[in-house]
Ligand binder design. Structure first.
Ligand code: GYE
Length: 613
């Protein structure tokens, strides 16, 4: 207590300018430091407001706020000070992501770190909470399409500096979506506003009214910019040009307000994540299990006519009346799947949720029939692990019409209608593919390698994204060659068949590495390699994804070389999401699980016992 109280008193005396609120000193158990990159935009003020409001609900929690005033040097000093005050956890919205990465890694070695808004490179932090900026841009294109209709028109995009990752991602999403889905929306080069603020946006247009010639609509990357633009349009007598903005759901110049005041046509919300940050901070400080690695917030279009609020109509019964969860599982194709099912069933019991479990045996038609059965039986919530990404829209619309919310776990669906499901809980498959590829790169360097890639089920998210992540780094060009890729359907037999066939019909010494999208397939590959009289892990290096007990044991014996973890233990997080939903809380768009990698040197019996399944 003294450790915490003393620096706090000093803080009062020495740093009166820091916005600091400490009440009930004697009761404080946890001290959280917040390092905000600036307080210039309404979005950031709103972020601090939400952090404070949420923290105020817990009397044993205290928060110290610092404002880096857009300077990385100042942010580093702020963090030093916060550390000096003995904070238990740091919440940071970094000014310059690249320069802050090593600082954040250093802090993460001492206390937990939650990063907001801009994710740093690598995985040296406890949790990232933020928006999916590319998706925000895509929703911007949809909002413009709704505004302009099928005829489309010329749109002036107004952005902050494009060396900011968030601006770049928003712009990319906007352009990609417009090109692929709404080609009638014509976008040119964005107009860059530096410094990115309301007044500069207003001045820029007032100084260059010609920029508005032939423009049918304006899209701005923030609502601060939108406000400046709308003032300029009034001054120039061009209120006929509608504006689509982007930003925080509430607050003074928040999207809702600007739309309500009729200043802009619509806006894509980008939540701050302040509330979620405090809730997860408590989970972390209390050492609760199931804390994810990334929480990606949902964005919605707000417009005068409608607020796209899926769950407003979908709120199920109050808790306590017994919750029924219909669980549509893929099948039993792998050890991962078996452990995943166990984890869900076990967690449902612990949370006192009635589970109706259906196993589709990897057959999509059967799975869709299971979903229809859940709708007929009027379950409270549906949990779907979709076999493939396409083909679920119709049945999910039926669920929505029946006011039954759907949670996706493990795999995603591909649909522009994000309101078909409440959240996705699962791994970062693209990163898993990248991690496998990075290991190969580290081993073979400029020499390169000849590789076989064993794919999972065609059209399933982990297959699509593991391949994409892998190919981002190893594209088959230069010294690295993908000799063959085949689909083993995530099964041991499938993996065996591909590798046995390949080694039959080719010179076995031609293959140097096999990357399998899951452990079961690599175990099948090990069987096939042995059959050909070769040594798995030596004659051919083997890598796979999952982290099952069998794979880690093979790794320890030297029969494999690298395992990328993808945890099937999603039960706790799924049930927490169900409970949040029942209590009317807004769920994030994606909850990404915490995962690591394993090399032969890292694996011993105790790790296998602790970490695998
Ligand atoms: O990696 C594989 C399973 O969807 C993440 O499916 C899951 C994958 C997992 O059969 O083993």
């Amino acid at each position: 207590m003294l450790r915490k109280a003393l620096p706090l008193l000093l803080l009062f005396l020495l740093f009166p300018l820091l916005s600091c609120r400490v009440s009930h000193l004697e009761k404080i158990e946890f001290l959280i430091g917040v390092s905000n990159s600036s307080m210039l935009e309404e979005w950031r003020i709103q972020l601090n407001r939400e952090l404070k409001e949420e923290a105020d609900r817990y009397p044993f929690l205290s928060v110290i706020f610092t404002d880096a005033a857009s300077s990385t040097e100042k942010q580093m000093e702020d963090i030093d000070k916060l550390m000096g005050f003995g904070i238990d956890l740091l919440i940071i919205s970094p000014c310059d992501v690249e320069r802050m990465t090593p600082v954040i890694s250093g802090i993460y070695g001492t206390i937990p770190v939650i990063i907001l808004d801009r994710v740093v490179d690598g995985y040296d932090y406890t949790l990232f909470i933020g928006p999916d900026n590319e998706n925000i841009g895509r929703l911007g294109a949809l909002a413009l399409h709704r505004l302009l209709g099928a005829e489309g028109g010329r749109v002036l995009e107004i952005s902050g500096p494009l060396d900011q990752l968030s601006s770049r991602s928003r712009s990319r999403g906007l352009h990609r979506e417009a090109e692929s889905r709404y080609p009638a929306i014509r976008l040119g080069e964005p107009l860059i506003v530096t410094p990115q603020n309301r007044d500069r946006a207003e001045d820029l247009l007032l100084e260059n009214p010609g920029l508005l010639d032939d423009i049918d609509a304006i899209y701005t990357h923030t609502d601060g910019l939108a406000l400046g633009v709308s003032r300029a349009l009034v001054a120039l007598g061009r209120r006929d040009i509608p504006i689509v903005g982007t930003d925080s759901p509430s607050g003074e110049s928040g999207s809702g307000d600007l739309v309500a005041q009729g200043l802009i046509h619509s806006s894509v919300e980008s939540s701050t994540g302040g509330r979620e940050a405090v809730r997860f901070a408590l989970d972390i400080l209390n050492r609760r299990t199931g804390v994810p690695k990334q929480v990606i917030l949902r964005s919605r279009i707000v417009s005068g006519e409608s607020r796209d609020l899926g769950e407003g109509t979908l709120l199920p019964r109050e808790r306590g009346s017994g919750i029924t969860l219909g669980y549509a599982q893929v099948g039993t194709e792998s050890q991962w799947r078996v452990s995943n099912t166990k984890s869900i069933i076990q967690a449902a019991k612990e949370f006192d949720i009635d589970l109706i479990y259906r196993d589709a045996d990897q057959n999509q038609e059967a799975q869709i029939a299971h979903l229809r059965e859940f709708i007929r039986r009027r379950v409270d919530v549906i949990l779907l692990s979709p076999i493939v990404e396409e083909g679920y829209e119709e049945v999910l619309r039926e669920a929505r019409e029946a006011a039954i919310p759907v949670l996706l776990s493990d795999r995603k669906i591909n649909s522009p209608d994000e309101e078909l499901y409440m959240t996705f809980i699962g791994g970062d498959f693209r990163e898993e593919g990248r991690r496998a590829a990075r290991w190969i790169l580290r081993q073979y360097g400029d020499k390169g390698a000849r590789i076989l890639e064993l794919w999972g089920t065609s059209g399933a998210t982990p297959t699509v994204e593991r391949h994409e992540g892998f190919a981002e780094i190893i594209d088959g060009e230069g010294p690295y060659r993908i000799l063959f890729s085949g689909t083993g359907d995530f099964t041991r037999e499938g993996g065996y068949a591909i590798v046995a066939d390949y080694l039959q019909s080719h010179v076995p010494s031609g293959v140097e590495v096999i990357f399998a999208h899951n452990d079961d397939m690599i175990l099948g590959a090990i069987d096939a390699i042995r059959e050909r009289g070769l040594k798995p892990g030596e004659d051919i290096k083997l890598i796979s994804v999952d982290g099952t007990r069998a794979a880690l044991s093979a790794l320890r014996k030297g029969e494999m070389n690298f395992v990328v973890e993808c945890t099937p233990l999603l039960g706790d997080q799924v049930m927490k999401a169900v409970m949040d939903l029942m209590q009317g809380k807004d769920l994030p768009m994606r909850i990404v699980t915490d995962e690591r990698t394993f090399t032969a040197e890292q694996v011993d019996d105790s790790l296998i016992r602790r970490r695998s399944y």
